[in-house]
Ligand binder design. Sequence first.
Ligand SMILES: Cc1ncc(COP(=O)(O)O)c(C=O)c1O
Length: 373
Amino acid sequence: MRTRRDTPLGFQPPAIGEEEVAAVAETLRSGWLTTGPRAALLEERLAAYLEAEHVLALSSGTAAMHLALLALDVGPGDEVITSPITWPATANVIEHCGATPVFCDVRDSDLNLDPALLATAVTERTRAILPVHLAGQPCDLDPIHALGLPVVEDAAHALESRYRGRKLGGLSDATAFSLYATKNLAAGEGGLVATNRDDVAERIRGMRLTRRGDGSHYDQVTAGFKANLSDVLAAIALVQLEKLEAHTAIRERQVALYDDGLAGLDGITPLTRDRRDTHALHLYVVRIDAARAGATRDEYQRALAEERIATSIHFLPVHRLTWFRERYPDQPRLPVAERAGDEVLSLPLSPAHTDADILDAVEAVRRVHARVA
Ligand SMILES: Cc1ncc(COP(=O)(O)O)c(C=O)c1O
């Protein structure tokens, strides 16, 4: 019988080893602190991995989505349909283009955009769709593509995912990934756009860095951003890419431990994973139905913190956050997303954790459940 841990269990610590440390040291010694050969190599390797024509290395997943929308000419007066169950950055980039986010409700099973509701959100101002692959479960892309509108995917959680056998990256007009510290391929900060469209790649290449010349003269042809990825971070990402398969095996084991260990706990249910797809296993999200589980999600989260198990919430519905609520006071309620926002709890999952760590988390949930249910 496992008891309360002596040491805290982190939610998603990075799985960084001596290989990453050595790669950073080597990069610093090479003199390339900014974008250079390692960023170029990362783009080449990831284009092969993602089965896409082009990959552009950028400073964040947020920048990746922002520049992808701009490359598709999203601008003032436009609407972009997106999911309310996401990190606010997904909606913020729509605002940064001067466009309006239109939140469409999600489906109960995996909390991805509900394809049955999408058509009702389309107006003559709809310029693009920005679906989110929550936790690593691909959205149902076929009905999204069937609407015939430009699509930028938020694949921040979904680097390893396949939709019906096909790798995410070359399926839509553009696909954005994140290299943030907690992500499956973690560089600390960073992002990627994958696309098969030459024009989209070329426009993002032109925008990510205000161009510099070779000598004392320089010119610019567009008001660019500063959204390039440094070689120091690309060096970390290159090592992480080599470890991806090994890390996937660890994630699979951890997810199986949760599936087995939590099965049968009334009112605690993991999000659905569609067996037709490859799930990136970025997050292990359960829903806590307070009426059956004996306590609310927040009470479970507090009780787990007392058990020294760190957890997180993915996500609070974006349209209910203060800024969006005040900016769009008349927006319709989204019942599925709003209920989910009260119920979701993400449990520790990381290749840096041992199986024993995950079993500690499982036992802690079981102890809390036995006490309150
Ligand atoms: C679903 C989702 N989209 C976008 C982002 C933004 O990525 P970044 O932090 O690299 O800007 C995140 C979180 O990091 C995320 O979880």
